[in-house]
Structures are given as structure tokens and as C-alpha cells.
Design a protein around this ligand. Structure first.
Ligand code: URA
Length: 270
């Protein structure tokens, strides 16, 4: 069956409200092959606009909540992002408290985020919620955002995601900078190498960037692994412990109470 036919059929089912289909091993291998062919390739969703006038971000409103809402409104139709022609249409801005002390930044929305219009609502988001819970925090007590505010497009896109390119991240980085100006968090946590690349302009792996304090707009920034990386760790506590140690460092910086039990999370039992 040609790929386009499969996609049309699945879209038709989705339109009928079907959320899950069963696939056997053979079908799974065919779908994997479709994904391998399409997923890594940015696709031009429309022709780039060559004469887009530069736009300026303006912050309006009295309260941080109103000001963040004013940014989100402008970002929806942001000419620089639209002009690239490689990002999808739906904008996903941020969630959490615009008065939070801790700001966590990911790379870009994925399939689930685009559907729900909120960052970190898919499996990686659930992992992030569990990390926050272990810290004694919850989503409404922190601020969650992404460097790139649009889901990067790929050919024949269904549920697959691609990481944003530096150019794609650069188009919406001014919004993230404005968010930081409004929120004035005490600590920023960059989730994963792509977010760190967008913020620190470094293409070092997380293993090299974590373990020390960086700065972004004068605010202390810690880099840790993306929660989706933890989802793909088959066994062992090693990588979980590394993320947890990064979070303990943030908790110490924020002078949050840390129990003995919390200090020992993900250590091998002796
Ligand atoms: N991964 C991210 O980096 N951001 C999201 O919002 C979701 C998944």
C-alpha cells in the first residue's frame, strides 16, 4: 500500500474519533520504513517569503500573565517563523506560572503538544511531571516553555517528530528572551542538547554541558538530559541519577528543603 494511502486512511480513522489501531509486526516494520524515509528530512511546507519585513516584539499588559499572553498572540503569526516555511502552522507557547522561580525549557512541541496546544503533554511531559513531583513541585509552580514554538515539519507527517534546526530555533528565540525578561526566573533548566544548543549556541553533548552553571541573560542555567532520553533508557539507574543530581543542585540553589530520602533517589541499593 503506498504511504500516502496509509496516511489518508489513518487520518480518516482519526477524524472518526479512533485514537488507537492495532498493528502486527509486519505492519510495524513497514511503518518504521516510512518513518526512516521521512522523519529526518525537514520539509518545505510552503515557499519561503523572501521580502518579509522585520517585526519587533512588543510587550503589553500589566501583569506577567497578561504580558505572556501578549507575546503568545504575536508569536502565532510571527513572520520570521512563517517565512522559513519548514515549521508547521500551530503555535504552542508555554504553560505554568508566569511568576515562577524555576523555568524549564525544551526544544519544540511534538505531535501531542501540537494537538493540545500545550508544551510537554506527551510521554516526555509525563516523565517531566514525575521529575517535578520528586522535587516536591508541580507544573503550576514552574514555567515550561520551548525554544522553538512550532512543531518542525517533516514529509508526510503523522505522529513523528524532528528536532528543530538552529535556524528554526533562532526565529522564536526572541520570544523566549522576552518571556525570561517578564518572568525573571531564579534558575533556568535547559532540557536536552537541542535546547542547550538554542540557548547557549554550543553543540556540545549534555554529558559535557551538565555539572556546571551556565548563564543565560544573566540567569543561572543548568543543562540536563531531556526527559525523553530517560524514556529510552532500558535498564539501570545511572542516567536517572544524573538527571536527579542536576535537579538536586537546582533545589539547593533555590534553597528548597531536601529530605534524606530525596538525596538518595536512584542510588544503587547497597
Ligand atoms: N519535547 C520538548 O522539547 N518540548 C515539548 O514541548 C515536548 C517534547
Amino acid at each position: 500500500m503506498p504511504q500516502a494511502t496509509v496516511i489518508d486512511y489513518l487520518k480518516q480513522l482519526e477524524g472518526q474519533g479512533v485514537t488507537h489501531v492495532e498493528v502486527d509486526d509486519q505492519a510495524r516494520e513497514i511503518l518504521r520504513e516510512f518513518y526512516r524515509r521521512g522523519a529526518a528530512t525537514p520539509v518545505q511546507t510552503k515557499l519561503p517569503e523572501t521580502s518579509t519585513p522585520p517585526a519587533e516584539i512588543s510587550i503589553t499588559g500589566q501583569t506577567p500573565t497578561e504580558q505572556i499572553a501578549s507575546l503568545a498572540k504575536q508569536c502565532e503569526h510571527w513572520p520570521a517563523a512563517k517565512a522559513l516555511g519548514t515549521l508547521r502552522e500551530t503555535m504552542v507557547f508555554s504553560t505554568g506560572s508566569p511568576e515562577a522561580d524555576i523555568m524549564l525549557i525544551g526544544e519544540a512541541p511534538g505531535y501531542q503538544e501540537e494537538r493540545q496546544g500545550l508544551p510537554f503533554v506527551g510521554p516526555a511531559g509525563q516523565k517531566l511531571d514525575a521529575i517535578l513531583k520528586a522535587m516536591g513541585l508541580s507544573r503550576p509552580e514552574v514555567y515550561l516553555s520551548n525554544v522553538c514554538k512550532f512543531r518542525p515539519a517533516v514529509k508526510n507527517q503523522t505522529t513523528g517528530n524532528r528536532k528543530p534546526s538552529p535556524e528554526e530555533m533562532a526565529t522564536t528565540l526572541p520570544f523566549l528572551r522576552a518571556e525570561i525578561d517578564i518572568i525573571k526566573p531564579k534558575v533556568i533548566i535547559a532540557l536536552g542538547a537541542t535546547a542547550a544548543e538554542g540557548l547557549l549556541n554550543s553543540n556540545q553533548p549534555v554529558s559535557k554541558l551538565r555539572g556546571e552553571w551556565h548563564q543565560f541573560q544573566g540567569i543561572p542555567l543548568r543543562v540536563t538530559y531531556h526527559p525523553s532520553y530517560l524514556l529510552h533508557q532500558k535498564e539501570g539507574l545511572g542516567e536517572k541519577r544524573k538527571v536527579w543530581e542536576d535537579m538536586l543542585t537546582v533545589m539547593e540553589k533555590m534553597k528548597l528543603l531536601i529530605s534524606e530520602k530525596q538525596r538518595e533517589y536512584f542510588l544503587p541499593k547497597s
